[in-house]
Design a protein around this ligand. Structure first.
Ligand code: WT7
Length: 649
């Protein structure tokens, strides 16, 4: 601990947190130094914990200019074998792999051992084969948070198919776009999902999507038993279709650089990108990060509250925990159903040791008062984690004090869909914490802060966060559009991976993520391209132009603020505002619902016609004093009318 200007921010590691941990402060320094001085040796050693059909001899082989990234290139392995069969083969078949806690607290808890997991994954894999899925094919998975979602992912990995999981909250339009983009002929879904007592029409959404794009086969899990339409020859009930499949399915030997999955994520421009992760590097990265970041100990119950539709669910519900032979809890529901104590009730019920959630959930639950927490016995908790957006110190302290009783470490893990796993975090047992700071780079990670011109900034400073060296879990490309990958991540600052985040580094070399510096916003930990919401709005016949920005929101972190100009002759009204909100929900999904609609006769533009978003952001933030230079505007009076419009709300 130093007595720099930030000394007041330190929170010491609880006294008992260091016992039996995997990594002390000195070991962190040693591993980190070695991961940079001898990356091949370091990563070959980490990779050695996995089973390889053929062990890699070539370890790191990458360049950021031109962009070509390879890890463990001559290695051959199967990640499903490593996540499932390896544990069964080692005599751990009776260890529980997944605990399923249903939406309804009175519903049936399922405990799936590694042995049962293997049988279930084999069944699903053979059903996919029977459907016609072959190695390299893309399979869309649009599932509720039930174990079958994980079975489907692992089944794809087992037979070498590439999974593309779509979050169950996305609309038919969004499904169609993603199915079309990666030309996925196969879909795995369920009749309905269940969240907070509400039914989500998953199969009906798939049907609507397949009205726009073709598919050869749909496997449907019977989950709620709700009525759904089944199309002959295309749709199959999973329980019927899989009845006669074999109980054997060998794991396909995969080259380390063979694709494992595609996951769509929003960027500052255009439609969502299909970020591609490959097999070997992702396996090593998620195995290693889970092991060190969560310091998992045999017998512990680990719970990550994310959905498998996001990268957090991929890496830290499915692959990371299972590669480590851990017991992971999978929760179907939401934090506030049937009451605001559900998270803590589940922690108590299953004696959860490691709990990993998002700041938006913490803030929402904090608002409901401490009583929901204190009425539960949370003494099993040993580690708390946060992910998805910057955590404000107030929420951090509540999480640490009220949930953790000040007795457990809190880790704030910064990473992205593109990074595959955790990049910056403190390690429990190794590092003291600072509320609001993610902390230190993980092994092999070289963060660098640069100014807008790309000049490297040294010491305690703020800038744009880049990563200068590759790491095993890095995304390799954008599916079907490598040029877009290069443009998006490696062209702003040539030769570096640009994260899109702003960041401060303090005198103790702790990193503080300050949020996106591009046109991406973070709404309840969900990443959203403002351009996507704009495209949805202008599809409406009454909308002429739209500009969307983020603004501070107490619970969601950022809310969606939409400036809308209407077609000639159309009048703004509350009804139209409600209609536009519905419209965006339908186009993208409920997570994209605008929080604020601001009708305006005009948008502030430069003389060359570029919308001045900087000004729109300030006005949305109610920050009228700091509008900066407005002299380049084609019509400066637009700004006054926008301010007036903002104040009248
Ligand atoms: C963006 C990535 C990481 C998996 C879930 C989100 C923001 C993420 C943190 C954190 C501050 C964070 C960043 C990043 N973010 N974690 N601990 N502190 N910001 O993955 O959807 O790819 O979003 O989420 O802005 O760029 P994603």
């Amino acid at each position: 601990m130093s007595d720099t200007d930030t000394a007041a921010e330190w929170v010491r590691m609880p006294a008992n947190a260091g016992q039996g941990t995997i990594c002390t402060a000195a070991q962190y320094e040693e591993h980190y130094a070695r991961s940079l001085s001898d990356p091949d040796g370091f990563w070959a050693e980490q990779a050695g914990r996995l089973d390889w059909v053929q062990a890699p001899t070539a370890i790191a082989d990458w360049s950021f200019d031109p962009v070509a990234i390879k890890w463990f290139e001559d290695g051959v392995l199967n990640i499903c074998h490593n996540a499932v069969d390896r544990h069964v083969d080692a005599g751990r078949g009776d260890t529980v792999a997944l605990i399923f806690e249903p939406d309804d607290p009175a519903g049936e808890v399922r405990r799936i051992t590694y042995g049962q997991l293997k049988a279930e994954v084999v069944r699903m894999a053979n059903a996919l084969k029977k459907l016609g899925v072959a190695k390299g094919d893309r399979v869309t998975i649009y599932m509720p948070m039930v174990p079958e979602g994980a079975f489907a992912m692992l089944a794809c990995a087992r037979i070498g198919a590439i999974h593309s999981v779509i979050f169950g909250g996305f609309s038919p339009e969004a499904i169609a776009g993603r199915v079309e983009d990666c030309r996925s002929d196969w879909i795995v879904t369920a009749d309905e999902g269940l969240r907070g007592g509400k039914r989500i029409p998953l199969k009906a959404n798939v049907d609507a999507a397949l009205g726009k794009v073709p598919a050869k086969g749909v496997l449907v899990l019977k989950h709620t038993g709700g009525e759904v339409a089944m199309r002959d020859g295309r749709d199959h009930w999973y329980h019927e279709f899989s009845q006669d499949v074999s109980g054997d399915c060998p794991c396909e030997p995969m080259k380390a650089e063979d694709p494992l999955f595609i996951l769509y994520t929003s960027g500052s421009t255009g439609k969502p990108k299909g970020v591609l992760h490959t097999t070997g590097g992702y396996a090593v990265w998620t195995e290693t990060t889970f092991r060190y970041v969560f310091d998992y100990r045999p017998g512990e119950i680990y719970w990550c509250t994310a959905d498998i539709g996001w990268v957090t669910g991929h890496s830290y519900i499915v692959y990371g925990p299972l590669l480590n032979g851990a017991t992971a809890l999978m929760f179907e529901g939401v934090p506030n159903h049937p009451d605001h104590d559900r998270f803590w009730a589940v922690c108590e019920k299953h004696k959860v040791n490691i709990f990993y959630t998002a700041p938006t959930a913490i803030r929402a639950l904090m608002r409901e008062g401490d009583g929901h927490v204190t009425k539960h016995d949370l003494s099993s908790l040993r580690l708390l984690g946060s992910v998805g957006e910057p955590i404000n110190p107030e929420a951090w302290r509540w999480y640490s004090d009220t949930v953790g009783k000040g007795a457990v470490p809190v880790i704030d893990t910064w990473w992205q869909t593109e990074t595959g796993g955790v990049m910056i975090t403190t390690l429990p047992g190794a590092h003291d914490m600072k509320p609001g700071s993610a902390g230190k780079p993980f092994f092999g990670i070289c963060p660098q802060l640069v100014d807008n011109e790309g000049g490297v900034l040294e010491g305690a400073t703020s800038g744009n966060l880049c990563i200068t060296r590759s790491w095993p879990g890095q995304a390799r490309t954008v599916y079907g559009d490598h040029e877009r990958f290069v443009q998006t991540y490696f062209s702003t600052y040539k030769g570096k991976y640009f994260t899109g985040d702003g960041c401060r580094r303090d005198a103790d070399e702790y990193y503080w993520i300050t949020g996106r510096v591009d046109d991406v916003i973070n709404v309840s930990g969900h990443r959203m391209g403002t351009a996507e919401v704009e495209s949805a709005l202008v599809l409406h016949p009454k909308v002429s132009e739209a500009a969307v920005v983020g603004y501070p929101h107490d619970i969601k972190g950022q809310g969606i603020y939409c400036y809308v100009t209407l077609m000639e002759g159309e009048e703004p009204s509350d009804d139209l505002a409600a209609e536009l909100r519905q419209w965006v929900r339908k186009e993208i999904g409920p997570i994209a619902t605008p929080d604020h609609l601001h009708f305006t006769p005009a948008l502030p533009k430069t003389r060359s016609g570029k919308i001045m978003r900087r000004i729109l952001r300030k006005i949305a933030e109610n920050d009228f004093g700091a509008l900066g230079d407005t002299s380049t505007l084609a019509d400066p009076s637009v700004v006054e009318s926008l301010i007036e419009g903002r104040q009248n709300r």
